[in-house]
Design a protein around this ligand. Structure first.
Ligand SMILES: Cc1cc2nc3c(=O)[nH]c(=O)nc-3n(C[C@H](O)[C@H](O)[C@H](O)COP(=O)(O)OP(=O)(O)OC[C@H]3O[C@@H](n4cnc5c(N)ncnc54)[C@H](O)[C@@H]3O)c2cc1C
Length: 318
């Protein structure tokens, strides 16, 4: 692909939002490129079983769904370049994207870079990933079959992770800095009833204890300051996610959480630039909401490319 070629649309990120945008764009006749730094599917591809994406009544693993989404977009002519976007000039016309594989240009950009896990920021944390420290129970839980694991956090993802791990590990200890979960009520009863789940309330993890791999964690009581050692084989860190918005910091308006400030139309603070999926402000980050954003972004981009005129709408809305 020539670096002087100007695409109608470049989609940054090949997760469910990105490949849905690519599908809608290619199907609308737009010259479309997806730039993906790793492999198709994003967070979805790490998900063992997706049971809440309509149309798959028996569930589907995220990797397979990712392959299907990519193939569907490519069937209509969307192309994928495996490249990491390193810098963007979104105010230029055309917009310029500098990547690990060279520069690309486009008239519109859909930012679909999703997000990643929030770290605790403890010494040795990065080095212990895969050697006791994990961020994804669905991905790494089976490694701890019959072992003792600690889950840190009190929100929905921590509760869901603890519940999933309770079916795999021998013992799960949930560490939370407050005296009750923030997670929705649906998680409370099953967690309290699980015989192998214990709770350490009002506590934080202050230190990782390694001997080649993780052997335990140091806890601190947030009220008394008392410290204790908790031996464990695994630590699942479920303290939220951070949006992948470093690329656009200073160019696009972000919300207080660092997500791109964009509503249901996915329009950002810059014309011709759209934010789809987990990367934008929204109350529910799921595959089904990510794909909806991908479709909406293309609809708005078509209007932009047509010079502000509403995009053609078929009576069936297809
Ligand atoms: C463990 C886990 C389980 C989940 N289970 C479910 C579930 O059961 N049901 C459900 O609906 N949702 C589930 N989710 C949430 C769902 O996976 C996400 O909401 C969805 O994947 C968001 O899609 P996205 O396209 O916005 O972003 P992502 O899936 O995060 O994809 C973003 C993509 O952008 C790429 N990218 C980022 N930066 C760059 C760059 N600079 N250059 C190039 N490429 C870049 C990334 O490599 C990635 O492929 C789960 C998430 C996790 C982590």
């Amino acid at each position: 692909m020539s670096s002087t070629h100007v695409f109608d649309m470049i989609v940054v990120g090949g997760g469910p939002a990105g490949y849905t945008a690519a599908l809608y764009a290619a199907r609308a006749g737009l010259d479309t490129l997806v730039l993906e730094k790793l492999s198709a599917g994003g967070q979805m591809a790490l998900t063992e079983e997706i049971d809440n994406y309509p149309g798959y009544e028996d569930g589907i693993d995220g990797f397979t769904l990712a392959e299907k989404m990519q193939r569907q977009a490519e069937r209509f002519g969307a192309r994928t370049e495996y490249a990491q976007v390193e810098r963007m000039d979104l105010t230029a016309e055309p917009k310029v994207l500098e990547t690990s594989e060279g520069p690309f240009a486009a008239r519109t950009v859909v930012l679909a870079t999703g997000g990643g896990p929030r770290e605790l920021g403890l010494a040795g944390e990065k080095a212990l990933v895969g050697r006791g420290v994990a961020y994804c129970a669905a991905c790494d839980g089976m490694r701890y079959k019959g072992r003792t694991v600690v889950v840190v956090g009190g929100g929905n993802s921590a509760a869901a992770d603890a519940l999933l791990l309770s079916r795999i590990a021998e013992k799960v200890i949930l560490v939370h800095r407050r005296d009750q979960l923030r997670a929705t009520k649906v998680y409370h009863a099953p967690l309290m009833q699980a015989e192998n789940v214990e709770f350490r309330w009002n506590s934080t993890v202050t230190e990782l204890l390694p001997e080649g791999k993780l052997t335990g964690v140091r806890l601190k009581d947030v009220h008394t300051g008392a410290e204790s050692i908790l031996p464990c084989d695994g630590l699942f860190i479920s303290v939220g996610r951070k949006p992948a918005t470093e690329l656009v910091r200073g160019q696009l308006e972000l919300d207080a959480g660092g997500y791109v400030a964009a509503g249901e139309t996915t329009e950002t603070s810059l014309p011709g630039v759209y934010a789809a999926g987990d990367v934008r402000t929204k109350p529910l980050r799921q595959v089904v909401t990510a794909v909806a954003d991908g479709a909406m972004a293309v609809h708005m981009a078509e209007e932009y490319l047509a010079g502000g005129a509403p995009a053609a709408r078929s009576p069936a809305g297809t």
